[in-house]
Design a protein around this ligand. Structure first.
Ligand SMILES: [Zn+2]
Length: 208
């Protein structure tokens, strides 16, 4: 948040609705986000009226409620499962080091492409990425996913060694080397935020 941004807390629209935070800045449009703990934040142009902001919240109430319900259920599930422990993280790192290179090679060989360095780190919003220098970056949390899901992300990134975009050719090739792709993608969509949340709990348990 920039120093000139202004942050305010608004009461909810009804008695049982949660309060929300409004951040005013030099932006031109309104947008609403729901955080991992279910907190609602509206970003608004500096001089927009409070009335318009409340209307905007009302117009988007069904999206907000759905997103809050999802965030809270993930957050409950993460509390129940607990934060990752040092031992969990160590196990994931070992698994990444011992298995990622072989899996990358498996799909690279299928496509007949070469690759550069493989790096492993935790990224908040990405399961993997591929650079134009043919280096592949993979999320450490893939090591807490089912084996086929881990494979699906690696196959995806390896396909980028041949096609840098997500065009038709990219997907044709991806489905050819990994037919179960959609099923794995769905698993990530349904479960990925729980893994992320548990990692965040781990970080905060260490005071990071
Ligand atoms: Zn991609």
């Amino acid at each position: 948040m920039k120093r000139t941004d202004r942050r305010e807390t608004f009461p909810g629209l009804s008695d049982n609705a949660n309060e929300f935070t409004v951040i005013r800045s030099s932006r031109k449009t309104l947008c609403v986000t729901v955080g991992a703990g279910g907190e609602v934040t509206v970003k608004a142009p500096r001089f927009l009226s409070d009335r318009r902001i409340r209307e905007f919240i009302a117009e988007n109430s069904s999206f907000i409620e759905k997103a809050r319900a999802k965030a809270l259920s993930v957050s409950d599930a993460a509390e129940a499962a607990g934060p990752y422990t040092e031992a969990d993280i160590r196990k994931m790192k070992d698994k990444a080091a011992s298995e990622f290179p072989g899996i990358v090679k498996l799909y690279a060989d299928k496509l007949g492409v070469s690759f550069g360095r493989i790096t492993v780190r935790r990224q908040k919003t990405k399961w993997g990425s591929c650079s134009s220098g043919k280096n592949i970056n993979l999320n450490i949390l893939l090591c807490d996913c089912p084996e086929n899901v881990m494979h699906s992300v690696i196959a995806h990134e390896v396909c980028h060694l041949k096609h840098m975009d997500h065009g038709k050719d990219f997907y044709r090739e991806l489905y050819a080397i990994f037919p179960d792709y959609d099923k794995c993608r769905k698993w990530l969509k349904d479960n990925g935020s729980l893994l992320n949340r548990r990692y965040e709990l781990y970080l905060s348990s260490k005071g990071k």
